[in-house]
Design a protein around this ligand. Structure first.
Ligand code: RP5
Length: 175
């Protein structure tokens, strides 16, 4: 069966930064088609991929690129599937170039843009899963559980911090 999500990267050099996206898909037991296609170096193959994605059964496309990051926009130009763009920070401008290249799309051709660096790669997977979850109650449940786990981790750290502050105060008082 064809995977319902596709992850496309502009270069193999983007792959290490996008492994977190694949880890989230693995956690949710979602298989993902993974490709390297460049808007500039392989424009024909990129357009062909985007044009045929729908008929292959792909429902959401994640496109990651850095620098003059046209890949998500070029893919979005050739499909009406939702496209989630992930700006990859390169050394020169720390991701601002990639972020603006992906986010500043002209009206009519949307690209849902994630953050450059930080949680961008993970959030791309979670956003794709939210879209798939519209027609899949099991995925909705899994997303709810995922959020509960995140909240539990924060509250656990909060308790640990409160305990540490109290302990430090007691030690200071008894000095
Ligand atoms: C972009 O150019 C790619 O997405 C990558 O982030 C950047 C640099 O590519 P390489 O020169 O490392 O192949 O198209």
């Amino acid at each position: 069966m064809t995977p319902k999500v596709a992850l496309v990267m502009g270069s193999y050099s983007d792959f290490p930064k996008m492994e977190k996206t694949l880890a989230i898909f693995k956690e949710f037991d979602i298989s993902c088609e993974v490709r390297i296609l460049s808007a500039h170096r392989t424009p024909r193959e990129t357009a062909e991929f985007a044009e045929k994605a729908h008929e292959r059964g792909v429902q959401v496309i994640i496109a990651a690129a850095g620098g003059a990051a046209h890949l998500p926009g070029v893919i979005a130009a050739s499909t009406v599937l939702p496209v989630i763009g992930v700006p990859i920070p390169l050394q020169t401008m720390n991701g601002l170039d990639s972020l603006l290249s992906i986010a500043q799309m002209p009206a009519g051709i949307p690209v849902c843009t994630m953050s450059a660096g930080g949680g961008g790669p993970e959030n791309a997977a979670l956003a794709a899963i939210s879209i798939l979850a519209l027609g899949d109650p099991t995925l909705t449940e899994m997303l709810v559980t995922y959020r509960k786990r995140l909240a539990a981790k924060v509250l656990e750290r909060d308790s640990a911090l409160q305990w540490k502050i109290t302990a430090t105060e007691v030690i200071e008082r008894e000095k």
